[in-house]
Write a protein of this length. Structure first.
Length: 103
């Protein structure tokens, strides 16, 4: 069954952005929305994760859990997902400047 997905791809190669527009609408720069099957979603994510490199990619899609969605991330990122008793939360990594000069 097809479901709506939202994919954010920041600082990724142009060829990846072009490939995403074959399946999804680019509603704003680097933000893609569309309705695809689970198989297409997984294939798209495999391609995105392989090509993200130093960029950042985040995929959200419906799921049968308390929040009603799941999150996948790829690339170098300051934020990462953490499972907290079945809920997905977002945690921030501190960068080296913050560690060097604590307030």
């Amino acid at each position: 069954m097809a479901s709506m997905i939202v994919l954010s791809a920041t600082a990724v190669p142009d060829h990846l952005r072009g490939a995403l527009t074959r399946w999804l609408l680019e509603v704003t720069p680097e933000l893609y929305v569309g309705t695809v099957s689970a198989r297409v979603r997984d294939e798209l994510w495999t391609s995105v994760a392989a090509c993200t490199g130093d960029g950042i990619s985040v995929l959200t899609y419906p799921s049968d859990n308390e929040q009603g969605f799941q999150i996948r991330t790829a690339g170098t990122r300051r934020r990462h997902t953490v499972d907290f008793d079945g809920l997905t939360l977002i945690a921030f990594n501190r960068n080296s400047k913050e560690n060097a000069n604590p307030l």
